[in-house]
Design a protein around this ligand. Structure first.
Ligand code: THU
Length: 138
């Protein structure tokens, strides 16, 4: 099941708009109800304003009505085993579970390692963190 996500992520990677970093990335995710979405990174001349492949895939999922991420593959042309960046870990966590599988890939070999979201994003800030806030006026 992970290999189809790898193939889709690699296909997305080939569509990356990454002329500034020259670091094309692709991601593909499967929702818990079986839908699949892919994305690439999209950069622009104001370097920090670009966004990641995982973010594009999540946006496609949200535009299709949302969902929960069961599995997600990420692949980078120039880095074996590229992991989601910190910001994407937060964005993935918004729609995922601690046991969501994250497939790290080699662009040629395919999936080389499977991690859980909880492995790469333990003790993350979440919706229930907001509910537990203190200091509200009574
Ligand atoms: N990038 C991603 O698309 N996903 C990641 O998880 C890591 C980084 C992109 C952002 C930027 O376009 C390029 O890779 C270099 O950082």
């Amino acid at each position: 099941m992970s290999e189809d996500l790898f193939a889709l992520a690699r296909g997305a990677m080939r569509k990356a708009h990454a002329p500034y970093s020259r670091f094309p990335v692709g991601a593909a995710l499967r929702t818990s109800d079986g839908r699949i979405f892919a994305g690439c990174n999209v950069e622009n001349a104001s370097f920090p304003e670009g966004w990641c492949a995982e973010t594009t895939a999540i946006a496609h999922m949200v535009m299709d009505g949302g969902g929960r991420i069961a599995e997600l593959a990420v692949v980078a042309e120039r880095l074996r085993g590229c992991t989601p960046c910190g910001g994407c870990r937060q964005r993935i966590a918004e729609f995922a579970f601690p046991e969501t599988r994250i497939f790290l890939c080699d662009p040629v070999e395919g999936v080389i390692e499977t991690l859980l979201l909880d492995d790469i994003f333990p003790r993350g800030f979440a919706e229930d963190s907001l509910c537990g806030r203190t200091g509200d006026a009574a």
